[in-house]
Ligand binder design. Structure first.
Ligand SMILES: [Zn+2]
Length: 87
């Protein structure tokens, strides 16, 4: 059973891992090449954690969970992350 959430909902747990605002980071899908801000992606909450899917092809981009005292981060669906820095 999946609960669909706004992409900004993924920001919470990803923010615990990454030191920059993940909702603004652009992710490129490995399968279809679509590039979107993580804050604009489809996010599903599972008992096992958070799943971020590509809005174009529904492929899983990111899986992240916290269990047993560690984070489990699967980003095999992301080809490139674009992280903006302040200039
Ligand atoms: Zn895709």
């Amino acid at each position: 059973m999946e609960n669909k959430l706004d992409g900004n909902a993924a920001g919470g747990i990803l923010q615990e891992i990454f030191p920059f605002d993940m909702t603004l980071v652009q992710a490129t899908c490995t399968d279809c090449g679509a590039t979107d801000a993580i804050g604009a992606l489809a996010v599903y909450m599972h008992g096992m954690g958070t799943v971020v899917r590509c809005p174009s092809c529904e492929s899983v981009l990111i899986r992240v969970a916290r269990a047993e005292g560690r984070y489990w981060l699967d980003m095999r669906g992301v080809r490139v992350l674009q992280i903006s820095v302040e200039t």
